[in-house]
Design a protein around this ligand. Structure first.
Ligand code: HEC
Length: 119
């Protein structure tokens, strides 16, 4: 019993945290984390002006790139600094978020029509 009190499983703590966030109507954790990327990669990964567009890439691609850039031996690169600030679990949430917004944008066509009218 003592062991349980000292070290509650992380999954339980995370579930409680996510439940609390949902109860208060907060955006999903992945979306909050991904908002940090918007200044360069655009809102919901819809980049403008030649920047790398993240929306539409798969979860595996984005996750793989970020993990690689986090471990980059050239720490002066922009993305190394971005990626280094996140844990593996957070990187997964971010990757899942961008993969999801990419899918819904393609399904509804909402983003492409908006970008056309902006041009
Ligand atoms: C300060 C600007 C900046 C921010 C903020 C930023 N990036 Fe980047 N990102 C870049 C640049 C510039 C590149 C092009 C590669 C390079 O020069 O390192 C890039 C490249 C990438 C790539 C590889 C190219 C691709 O399309 O797959 C991924 C993935 C990526 N960024 C994800 C993210 C994520 C996720 C975040 C938020 C956690 C983020 N970036 C925040 C500037 C930024």
């Amino acid at each position: 019993m003592k062991l349980h009190l000292k070290r509650p499983p992380r999954s339980v703590a995370l579930a409680l945290l996510l439940a609390a966030a949902a109860a208060h109507g907060a955006p999903p954790a992945g979306r909050l984390l991904a908002a940090q990327c918007a200044q360069c990669h655009g809102t919901d990964g819809q980049a403008v002006a030649g920047m790398e567009k993240l929306a539409g890439e798969s979860e595996g691609e984005i996750y793989g790139e970020l993990v690689k850039m986090k471990a980059n031996i050239k720490p002066d690169e922009i993305m190394h600094r971005q990626a280094a600030g996140y844990t593996d679990a957070q990187i997964r949430l971010i990757a899942r978020y961008f993969a999801t917004v990419g899918r819904s944008a393609t399904t509804t066509g909402a983003v492409s029509s908006r970008r056309k009218s902006d041009d």
